[in-house]
Design a protein around this ligand. Structure first.
Ligand SMILES: *Cc1c(COP(=O)(O)O)cnc(C)c1O
Length: 366
């Protein structure tokens, strides 16, 4: 059978390995597996969310309220924007897909950092769009502008991942605003804030305020997710915030009931428990210090992180081999070989998990 030719050069997104795989392949008890490969919340989910979802599990035969009225109202009030400037996605991944399909095609490509979230490229290629990347791995806005100015007519969407997954660095809000001033009103700029809660907790200069962003720059949209700080990765809820006329276009691409009845409830309740998020952020950066100290002590290169993960880059050590050795012990890390790096990305886990992981890495160092 012949398929759409855009699929020919598409590579599937490599998700973090699941706990089930380690149980099957290495015979390790599921409860002993330490999964620090997908930047999930190690503290789980707010107990209030678990309770609220438990109370409506008998409603799963019903479609959710497709207007997502209550969730949009809560997000609108949190960010000081109108309900009409919000689009809900099955994870913010889906809003990325809406953005790409709304603007990119065979004549209009996308522009991203050299190493960044892989889904931008996957959706772009699926739409037959060209992917322009900076040579710099992290976001170098000077280089972004150079490429943009040279290829303006061929670029429909610019992606800024702040903070950047899988590396962990983060642009300042001011730098982004200065950059936006030099971008045409017809180019969509997507600010992916999947880890914004972490970044602004660590450094106020990193905070992107969606209301301010879209008021100044109607061609920019902000993306947020419940998958990281809010601990709802398995529920698949994310959102986009943008100027109303932009979001009504993106919204045309949304299928009805694109999140579930249970996910909707979970997201609404999660927004009410900011204490849980605060605890997550505090412990994350406390625990990250263990990794920083360890790296410095052993001469491992670590990238500065404004997120819930840290990257260890190696010189002598083969990172893939290290990740494989740890996998056999039931520890799942993310090997960054696919990004051309001899490095692993480690989600900051529970204190006890971090101790085990560092001990195992230490035992494997060359
Ligand atoms: C996790 C992540 C997302 C979105 O995840 P969803 O679970 O689809 O909401 C988006 N961008 C980046 C950079 C991420 O790391």
């Amino acid at each position: 059978m012949k398929f759409n030719e855009n699929l020919a050069n598409l590579v599937s997104y490599e998700a973090g390995k699941p706990i089930e795989l380690v149980v099957r392949e290495y015979g390790i008890d599921a409860k002993d597996v330490i999964k620090l490969a997908s930047n999930e919340n190690p503290y789980g989910t707010s107990p209030a969310v678990v309770k609220a979802v438990g109370e409506i599990v008998n409603k799963m035969h019903l479609y959710p309220d497709d207007s997502y009225f209550e969730l949009k109202a809560a997000l609108a009030s949190k960010f000081g924007v109108s309900e009409k400037s919000i689009v809900i996605g099955s994870g913010s991944d889906q809003v990325i897909e809406f953005a790409v399909h709304a603007k990119a095609n065979a004549n209009k490509g996308i522009l991203t950092a050299g190493i960044t979230f892989a889904m931008y490229e996957i959706y772009a290629k699926a739409a037959g769009a060209h992917v322009f990347k900076t040579k710099s791995k992290e976001h170098d806005l000077g280089e972004f502008l150079q490429i943009y100015n040279a290829k303006k007519d061929e670029i429909g969407v610019v992606f800024l991942c702040v903070p950047n997954n899988p590396l962990g660095g983060c642009l300042d809000a001011e730098e982004i605003y200065k950059f936006l001033e030099q971008i045409d009103a017809d180019t969509l700029v997507v600010i992916d804030g999947a880890y914004q809660e972490f970044a602004k907790f660590k450094d106020a200069k990193k905070e992107i305020k969606p209301r301010e962003l879209i008021a100044k720059f109607p061609n920019a949209i902000y993306l947020g997710t419940f998958s990281k700080a809010y601990g709802l990765g398995g529920m698949r809820v994310g959102y986009g915030i943008g100027e109303e006329s932009v979001m009504s276009e993106l919204g045309k691409l949304r299928a009805p009931f694109n999140i579930t009845t249970l996910s909707l409830k979970a997201a609404i309740e999660a927004l009410k428990d900011e204490e849980f998020v605060k605890m997550t952020l505090e412990t994350n950066f406390e625990e990250m210090k263990k990794y920083e100290k360890f790296a410095d002590k052993h001469g491992i290169k670590r990238l500065p992180s404004f997120t819930n993960f840290i990257v260890f880059e190696f010189e002598r050590q083969n990172a893939s081999e290290l990740a494989q050795n740890l996998l056999k012990k039931g520890i799942i890390l993310r090997d960054l070989k696919g990004y051309g790096l001899n490095a692993v990305r480690i989600t900051i886990g529970l204190p006890s998990q971090n101790d085990v992981v560092l001990k195992q890495i230490g035992g494997n160092l060359k």
